[in-house]
Design a protein around this ligand. Sequence first.
Ligand code: PEP
Ligand code: MG
Length: 580
Amino acid sequence: MEIRKGIAVSPGVAISGAIVLDSEQFRIPRRSIEPPEIPAELARFQAAVERALAEVRGLRERVATDIGRKLGAIFDLQDNLLTDPEVSQQIRELIERERYAPEYAVSTVLRGYARKLLGLPNRYMSERSGDVYDVEKRLLRHLIGAKRETLGTLTEPAIIVAHDLSPSQTASLDRTKILAFATDIGGRTSHTAIVARAMGIPAVVGLKTITADVAGGDSVIVDGNRGLVIINPDAVAIARFREADQRFRRMEKDLRDLRDLPAVTLDGRDVKLWGNIEFPHDVEGCLARGASGIGLYRTEFLYLDRGQDPTEEDHFQAYGEAIDLLKGRPLTIRTCDLGADKFTHLSGEYDERNPFLGCRSIRFSLQHIGLFKTQLRAILRASALGPTRAMFPLITNLKELRQAKMLLADVREDLEEEGVPFDPDMKVGIMIEVPSAAIMARYFARECDFFSVGTNDLVQYTLAVDRSNESVASMYTPGHPAVLRLIKTVAEAAKEAGVELAVCGEMAGDPIYVPVLLGLGVQVFSVSPATLLEIKKVIRSYSMEQAREICKKAFQFDSDREVDAYLGEIGRRMLPEMFA
Ligand code: PEP
Ligand code: MG
């Protein structure tokens, strides 16, 4: 039995036999052609392009219909590659001038692009190399006629182990047969991870050597909650897995009973339990798990994988779709958090050594005023359709907030002049996700309607620990006394000014921190759909008095280890089944 640790990207646990997909599924002969063969070979290449294009467009349609329009759009990049005249010209030149066989020409050109992308320091961009490889494989399949390992014809359930899965491979997985997957590479922001979550397939990525460690037919357990893969588990591990699985199912069933109950503490304090979404259709998953609103809509996903910016109509349509689904519940639209690890085609302008400290988020928006105003117009227009709140990310100083609000006021004026309806009382809030904003919270509180603490970034910026770097993962903890003190500062400022206090970072979805956040006075917990019911259960298990008591005690420790040990112990005592 062997255990491998990777990055948990999609929750759930599964056990099954493994199917291992090699990264090299084709052997590409370096074959040259004779001059008289050139026209026929060019035609063969063109036919392969057309078939691949039809395949990509068909997949896009299918995914758009089955899962959602925005996920369908992840195939745009592949479409663009196949229709790009420059790419095509490079391949044709190799066939014509160098007399390369089309297979070899295709691989040479596309792998060149993939390598360039892989070499980029920005993770989001480097992960797009997966799309280029996918296009290469499609073309090769049509040229060589070789069959790719087809997952569509599986008759038995299986777990997929692969070097990487492209977004299209993931989206076309049969949910009833593929129980989970594990990959050598990949990251939190890859589309593969996004699609896996949307489809509810447990997944662990970034395992480095999992395709070498697992052989086809090996029995494996994929634990998408803890980021573990257990290879050839022994009888004890299997028994533990079965127990955990049953417990998980029982708990899921019990939790489902909570769906329509209020998120209220034992002594009757109402808490708003809202969901975090990346795509409008994610609202459905949140409502199915009892969310009473959306506290964070990460709108930057509208920008990713496009060759151009979304139009005002694209924004408006997406917001309208979410508002429709919410049926009167509030939608908090966060303006784009582009930059750092989430990039658009515009990001080529920046070659940053420290992208997380660079032109990210509100800084990016304020440097691209046209793009920002387009989004603000759409948000304001959407506010006429249902309760809408605007939220600015990564605010570091008052000037940024004032500039953003001034632009919002400009846009309001324009809409007024044009007679376009919007909600004049739309609430405007900020994310508190850098220490400077937390320290200065009382000043910010005078100029906005709500705070939402983004602990994912607040932890990384306070502790100087990259949130996506495995090698420092053990230092990344919201339980660090410095982080708790910053949140306390924010909570005091919010209370003093009567500003609503939300937490939308992952800390709000971690059961051990719930009593501390309640004790600090957090009013809104905005969490990922998968954790909504769990967090409702936790909220319903404490009285405010208990929460304040636990919070007070947690503040007496001077190290994250002690804080986490104490809160873990409380959690296990209060909710043993959840922490087992
Ligand atoms: C956060 O930083 O906590 C947050 C919610 O924003 P994101 O995870 O999108 O950076
Ligand atoms: Mg953030």
